[in-house]
Design a protein around this ligand. Sequence first.
Ligand code: UDX
Length: 415
Amino acid sequence: MVTAAVFAKLGHNCWVVEIDDEKIEKLSRGEIPFYEPGLGELIAKNVSAGRLHFTKHYKEAIPGSEVIFICVGTPSIKGKIDLSYVYSAAKSVAENLQDPAIVVIKSTVPPGINAKIKKLMKNYTQVEFDLASVPEFLREGKALEDSLNPYRIVIGAEKKSVARNLLQLHRKIPGKRLVCNPVSAQLIKYAANAFLPMKISFANSIAILCDKFGAEVEEVMKGIGMDKRIGPDFLAAGLGYGGSCFPKDVAALISLSRAKGYSFAILKAVEKTNRNQVDYFVKKILRLCGGSVNNKILVVLGLSFKPGTSDIREARSLLVIEKLQKEGAKIRACDPVAIPEAKKILKGVDFFENPYKALKGAEALILVTEWEEYKNLDFLKIKSLMKSLLVIDGRNVYNRKKLERLGFIYEGIGK
Ligand code: UDX
């Protein structure tokens, strides 16, 4: 949807094929089926300008199209990558091709898979087509910002003419360009989505050392990030990474490596560190609650895997809540947009849209996802609501001095 909305904004005529009845139903009513800032407006604008169309049928969208992007999901379960959606989309594209086209794989797929996709497609069409790889690097919640102002666009194409064509298609989008072979393009995506979690897990390990030595993790990360070779981004320590990409792609790269006879030791440690971070946090909560949370009312702020999205896939909130429930805690949970998603998974949780209502009589405020509205809470008001003045900050966003001055006990991770 983001790819289509962005190319429509740039003046192209775009069709989106979606085979899910519920999603296409929503889209035809002008609703988008998930929360992504600015996307709904951009889609509506381009639909009314006649540049963006939605359909359930490949036969309506494929004939006459010059460039076809395959953007379907490639979920992985325990590192095993499910490519069935890619194959099914490729087959349907091939069956409906009437004119030569460039087919671009945007989905995250194992390096080297294009030969197999091409062979499959050739079984269903006589029409000439080229297969290229242009991986997606956008972040959820910042999808438009990242697509309109990317760090780079990687174009994996075997033929120079195809690369030229795709460079031309992206010409109005700023950012660096890298033209390479499709296998490299596909590995670039996995390597990027493994390197960033590696930075996060490293910062989280240093945060534990900060707790032990009495250092401030933000100062330490600022200090190392000033070195251009390290860089300041993706060093925010806390509860660790979640979402639909990092956990899946780290696991997939470990498993792809194993299949080639290589044990990717660093990435295994990255995963383990990320898992441990939740346990470390829950142990902190137990200690701060006097050794037990049994029958205590705890308020968890933030359910989505990060702010700015309704996505709760691999969200740390789910793990924190389940572990606290096992210890007998009564959980009240808040989120500005992810409650409907969370309700499908979490059981025995009381959901609140208003954090102040949730905090009434609570024994601890536990910040899990740093939504703006939770960063700027009125702690003077909260002081009059809570049973115990305890704030446990899984994202290191609150000001310790300010909270302590108000009489709260405050603890972050590595602070
Ligand atoms: C990520 C990549 O950033 C993006 O380039 C790729 O295309 C898809 O995967 P996304 O999963 O949307 O994007 O979110 P991102 O902002 O990268 O955050 C991922 C997770 O890492 C979140 O759970 C976030 O809380 C966590 N994180 C991020 C940290 O814990 N510390 C940081 O410093 C940064």
